[in-house]
Design a protein around this ligand. Structure first.
Ligand code: ZN
Ligand code: ZN
Length: 410
């Protein structure tokens, strides 16, 4: 490690931005964030560009310096990698739920998308499907928590351009998996394999002893696995080669760990980091500090802010921001030479879903340009010196302050 190393942290508070005269950021008491804003410079970050509504997965690709329009091939790969599953190029991965379905004259009807949301003997049910061979493909299944799982199909000539089996609703029929590109043999084949898997999962699980036991105990049977969000594994150039620096990820949510693994970043499991509002932020702070000697960049993701935005819970979102300030930023703020903090997108409580509004952005470094802003809020960021930074440009801004940017021209 050289003496002039710039210890750097990129903090993403998911869904941080909001709308309205008063926002969770402006309502929250954030003395540590305020101190960073006074010392540093603020502005806005737009992960995909103005008016473009981003999912968390593509936002993170952009923020980490990868063009999502070329390297994003579905969410399932991130979920599977984040669950610790190993993928080979060409694999197609999914998220899956054990569901409760009932045979009706119209077909299989979903009665509970989570089969009661417990995990009693669900690991055994998933294990009964693991390794299923269909044509020249193999399906691997990994139970994650409660009714949830990650799955992958390995075999030649597959595509992720297929629909879901999961209708995303109850009292709705299990969907026939359709190719999104009926003229593409890979799309047709992948749809056929997943459709076969879905049907066989029902045959195997509805006869499984663990389900008879569940029913005898008054629980719902987990009698089918319904998949969604197919992703194709085609990893881009790893982060270290792409940017010339090493990086690690400190996150609780599987999606974010999966994005980091997809980009070849080191990923550490933090005990107590759950990807929910109850996450152990002190443990994350300790991990971020512990890893800052070994890695050039520590990427930290905190999920709770987004979840409260989706639920329309303004006070809880503000309280989550206060918790980040008190339990995380208070600990790390004097340890790093460069702190860049933002969200991946806005999740306004009034909208209860993601919006395309640019997100407040903070850059704190001893040589940051001074601006008039004294807090990291939507209104203060409008006075900020950073202006509007596009997601794909943010890593360049960070590398420049790290002294790692490559000059173009002479
Ligand atoms: Zn997000
Ligand atoms: Zn969200």
């Amino acid at each position: 490690m050289s003496a002039d190393k710039v210890k750097t942290m990129l903090l993403i508070m998911d869904g941080l931005g909001d709308r309205g005269q008063e926002t969770p950021l402006s309502a929250a008491k954030t003395p540590h964030l305020d101190a960073l804003a006074c010392k540093g410079a603020v502005g806005f970050m737009s992960s995909l560009g103005l008016g473009k509504l981003p999912g968390s997965d593509v936002s993170h690709l952009a923020i980490l310096g990868y063009d999502p329009y070329t390297c994003y091939k579905g969410r399932g790969t991130f979920e599977a990698l984040g669950a610790g599953m190993d993928l080979e190029p060409g694999d197609v991965a999914f998220r899956g739920n054990l569901c409760t379905v009932e045979e009706t004259s119209e077909g299989l009807m979903v009665r509970d998308r989570r089969a009661g949301r417990d995990d009693y003997r669900m690991a055994e049910l998933y294990a009964a499907l693991d390794g299923m061979e269909i044509e020249d493909c193999v399906v691997k299944v990994q139970h994650t928590a409660e009714h949830r799982s990650a799955l992958k199909i390995s075999g030649p000539g597959l595509s992720h351009e297929i629909g879901n089996a999961d209708p995303h609703a109850e009292d709705a029929l299990v969907m026939k998996v359709e190719p999104k590109r009926p003229d593409d043999p890979a799309s047709v084949k992948a749809a056929r394999i997943l459709d076969t898997f879905t049907k066989r999962s029902y045959e195997i699980l509805s006869a499984h002893e663990a389900n008879q036991d569940r029913v005898s105990q008054g629980k719902l049977p987990g009698n089918i696995v319904l998949c969604r969000g197919a992703g194709f594994y085609d990893p881009p150039e790893p982060f270290e080669q792409h940017h010339g620096i090493t990086a690690c990820c400190v996150a609780g949510g599987a999606l974010y760990k999966g994005v980091a693994r997809f980009l070849g970043m080191a990923v550490f499991d933090v005990p107590g980091a759950t990807g929910t509002a109850a996450t152990d932020l002190a443990a994350k702070a300790k991990m971020a500090i512990d890893k800052s000697d070994e890695f050039d960049l520590v990427f930290v993701h905190i999920k709770g802010t987004d979840a409260f935005g989706h639920d329309g819970k303004f006070a809880e979102k503000a309280a989550m921001i206060e918790k980040i300030d008190a339990e995380f930023l208070a600990v790390v703020k004097d340890h790093f030479d460069l702190i860049v903090a933002t969200g991946d997108h806005s999740t306004p409580c009034s909208a209860m879903h993601h919006s395309a509004d640019p997100v407040p952005l903070l850059l704190c470094h001893k040589d940051a340009r001074h601006d008039e802003a004294t807090r990291l809020t939507e209104a203060e960021c409008a006075k900020g010196g950073l202006g509007l930074v596009h997601g794909i440009e943010l890593m360049g801004v960070i590398l420049d302050y790290m002294g790692k940017a490559e000059m173009f021209g002479e």
